[in-house]
Ligand binder design. Structure first.
Ligand code: SAH
Length: 224
């Protein structure tokens, strides 16, 4: 899967996608115990500012009809999209998403759908009051929301979608990690020390986890 992130702030996103599991998935080494060889994902960034015709690289303008704030202009965003996937012959494998607090709410099922259906996911992050609506029309893009709250920009939503979708791609998680993901766990995990002393109190790891009876442990996890 190729992720293409269109954003005015690529540098704040890249630190996240280069770290940990997402960083590893972009390299050709095998994940721990993974059966799929080679790179599992790629992540590319496109800054609309680089496509601005303005001498000061301005990409926002006042809204028609009045109102507060500024709106991102269509052309630099469209140019960035063209650079990302405009030359792809099979556009049925390309999905374009525009981050919007009014969009379809992103869930684990949506992540699975994207991972199964598409080869290229383009994620357009808005800033200010959003993006000129003609971009939605021209690209036939889907508006996606990560939840019912308003953020300052589409970067965190785009990263959320990249992260959750990448985890659904075979080989991104090692075998062990995928098993952990699939299993219905209690969500309660413990590690050393066995007895944690904190502000004069002792906090113990549940007995069952120390005894090594796997049937009992599974039962305990299932009951939680
Ligand atoms: N008044 C504007 C707010 C824009 S917030 C409006 O009602 O649309 C600026 C940008 O942040 C948006 O263009 C969008 O790309 C992103 N954004 C903010 N909250 C979001 C959310 N919950 N889900 C997805 N994107 C969001």
């Amino acid at each position: 899967m190729h992720f293409h992130i269109i954003t005015l702030f690529p540098e704040i996103c890249q630190a996240y996608t280069d770290a940990s599991i997402l960083g590893r998935a972009q390299k050709s080494e095998k994940g721990k115990g993974a059966k799929v060889k080679g790179k599992k994902i790629s992540v590319s960034y496109y800054n609309p500012r680089e496509f601005s015709k303005d001498k000061n690289k301005k990409v926002d303008e006042r809204p028609y009809g009045g109102g507060p704030g500024m709106v991102m202009q269509a052309e630099p965003v469209l140019k960035a999209w063209e650079k990302a996937v405009g030359r792809k012959k099979d556009q049925s494998k390309v999905k374009t998403l525009i981050m919007s607090p009014r969009g379809r709410v992103f869930t684990q099922d949506v992540a699975k759908e994207y991972a199964q259906k598409y080869e290229h996911l383009v994620l357009i992050s808005g800033r200010y009051e959003g993006i000129d609506y003609r971009v939605n029309e021209i690209l036939g893009a889907e508006e996606v929301s990560v939840g019912e709250y308003v953020l300052t920009g589409g970067e965190l939503p785009a990263l959320t979608i990249v992260d959750a979708t990448a985890r659904q791609i075979p080989g991104v998680l090692g075998t062990f990690e995928s098993l952990e993901e699939e299993r219905v766990t209690s969500g309660k995990s413990y590690t050393r020390p066995e007895v944690l002393k904190y502000k004069k109190q002792e906090y113990r790891v549940p007995e069952v986890l120390l005894k090594g009876n796997h049937a009992e442990i599974e039962k305990w996890r299932g009951d939680k």
